[in-house]
Write a new protein. Structure first.
Length: 129
C-alpha cells in the first residue's frame, strides 16, 4: 500500500510543479492563479475518485490510495495556499488575499461537489449498461 501512495505522491507533486509553473508563467499575475487552479482541479479529482471508488469494486483499495492519498495529496497545495495568503496579507494586499481565500474555498467545494455528481452519473450509466 505504501508504494502505491508513494508513486501517486511523486506523480502528483511533479504534476503540481509543472502545471503550477506553466499557469503562473502564462498568466503573469501577482495573483497565485496556478495554486488556485491546482487546488480546484485536485478537489474535483478527489471528489470524483472517492465517490466512484467507494461505490463500485472497479477500483482496488491500492489504486484508490494511489489516486487519493498519493496523487491528490501530492498534487493539491493547501500549505502553499496558506503561505501565499499570508504573504499577500504581509504585503498589504488584503483584498487580493481575501479574494484568493474566498475563491479557493468556494470553488474547491464546488469542484468537489461536481466530482461527486460526475461519479454518480458514471455509476448510473454503468448500471444501465
Amino acid at each position: 500500500m505504501l508504494w502505491f501512495i508513494a508513486a501517486g505522491s511523486a506523480v502528483g507533486g511533479v504534476t503540481r510543479y509543472l502545471l503550477g509553473t506553466l499557469v503562473q508563467q502564462r498568466a503573469g499575475l501577482a495573483f497565485p492563479l496556478g495554486t488556485l487552479i491546482i487546488n480546484i482541479t485536485g478537489s474535483l479529482i478527489l471528489g470524483f475518485v472517492l465517490r466512484y471508488a467507494l461505490a463500485t469494486p472497479a477500483i482496488s483499495a491500492e489504486v484508490r490510495a494511489l489516486l487519493t492519498t498519493g496523487f491528490c495529496g501530492g498534487y493539491t497545495t493547501f500549505s502553499t495556499f496558506s503561505y501565499e495568503t499570508i504573504a499577500l496579507m504581509e504585503e498589504g494586499q488584503h483584498l487580493r488575499a481575501s479574494v484568493y481565500v474566498l475563491l479557493s474555498v468556494v470553488l474547491g467545494l464546488a469542484a468537489t461537489f461536481l466530482g461527486i455528481v460526475g461519479a454518480r452519473e458514471v455509476l448510473a450509466l454503468r448500471e444501465r449498461l
